[in-house]
Design a protein around this ligand. Structure first.
Ligand code: G3P
Ligand code: CA
Length: 302
């Protein structure tokens, strides 16, 4: 399915940048050539949401088109308050055996999904590897929320302010190349990636804790976003949203695992590896609340 989506994109959208310098406009020619009759016209050409905001004085949140360095056009959601561009959205799926394991998505250039459907299915756009950013914003948005509802419906929203990406290669693609999300390549609390303090936009440290199960609350410190952690069994996870793990059952709070999860004989897998260990949405034992289990995590670059 994902490969079909990529093929459709490359067949339908052939950017022609001929007029963009003069007009500040990106035309999409039907045949791809610069003489082709424009069939789509996008009023802004930019590499980032910040550029759209600053260059064109556009301040409305919403869906915009950006171009990569090599001219690939893609749609993203811009949070114009912070000038952040959505680059990935993970759909929280609990125990999901049909999720491809070890697909390397955190450190490859494979894209999938669409910005508009980022609360309904997995999403990753070229901005993930193309944009150079200093910080991230993270939104936890209830499943199936419409784009215009994302900001207000978020159950948790925060951002970083330390410019940590600058020393990690400028984006998450480079960060996860340095810290691969790969089973067996490190140990719990020893080979953890960056743990970055966060500033809350919606929620606080206490409300963050309450989203996760009672048991993991005793194994984390809220007020951080942590990248690439390992659990007791050396299974790797990409992001611990809102927390820094202090214990080693990270599978109940951290998401985006890669490869193998030895504990539980197959019970731990998927993006939300073990949020449902003591029942789906149960908020009991190790299980997270239904609220966070049924929300997408959206990653923005700032
Ligand atoms: O991650 C929790 C697991 O390691 C232990 O689960 O069911 O024995 O409390 P349980
Ligand atoms: Ca465990």
């Amino acid at each position: 399915m994902l490969h079909w989506a990529i093929l459709m994109m490359s067949m339908l959208l052939e950017p022609c940048l001929c007029d963009s310098i003069k007009l500040g406009t990106l035309y999409i020619g039907q045949d791809g050539g610069c003489d082709a009759k424009p069939v789509y016209k996008f009023p802004y050409t930019a590499r980032s949401c910040k550029e759209i905001r600053d260059k064109y004085a556009i301040h409305d949140d919403g869906l915009y088109y950006l171009t990569t360095e090599s001219g690939v056009l893609y749609q993203t959601f811009c949070d114009m308050t912070t000038a952040g561009a959505l680059d990935a959205g993970g759909h929280q799926q609990g125990d999901s055996p049909d999720r491809p394991e070890g697909d390397g998505t955190w450190s490859n250039r494979v894209i999938f999904g669409s910005a508009e459907a980022a609360t309904s299915d997995d999403y990753k756009n070229p901005g993930y590897y193309d944009i150079t950013a200093q910080d991230v914003s993270v939104w936890h948005v209830p499943n199936n929320a419409q784009t215009e509802e994302w900001a207000n419906f978020s159950i948790l929203r925060y951002h970083t302010e330390t410019s940590f990406l600058t020393s990690e290669g400028g984006n998450l693609y480079h960060l996860f190349t340095r810290y691969p999300v790969t089973y067996g390549t490190g140990a719990c609390n020893i080979n953890t990636g960056p743990a970055v303090p966060i500033v809350y936009d919606v929620g606080n440290e206490e409300s963050t804790l309450q989203l996760y199960g009672p048991n993991p609350r005793g194994e984390v410190t809220p007020g951080f976003i942590t990248f690439r952690v390992f659990n007791y069994e050396k299974a790797a996870m990409a992001i611990c949203s809102g927390v820094k793990p202090t214990g080693c059952n990270t599978e109940h709070v951290c998401v985006g695992g890669g490869g193998h999860f030895p504990e539980g004989g197959g019970r731990q897998c998927g993006d939300f590896t073990s949020f449902d260990w003591n029942g789906y949405g149960a908020n009991n034992g190790w299980s997270a609340t239904r609220e966070i289990t049924e929300s997408a995590i959206m990653l923005f670059y700032r």
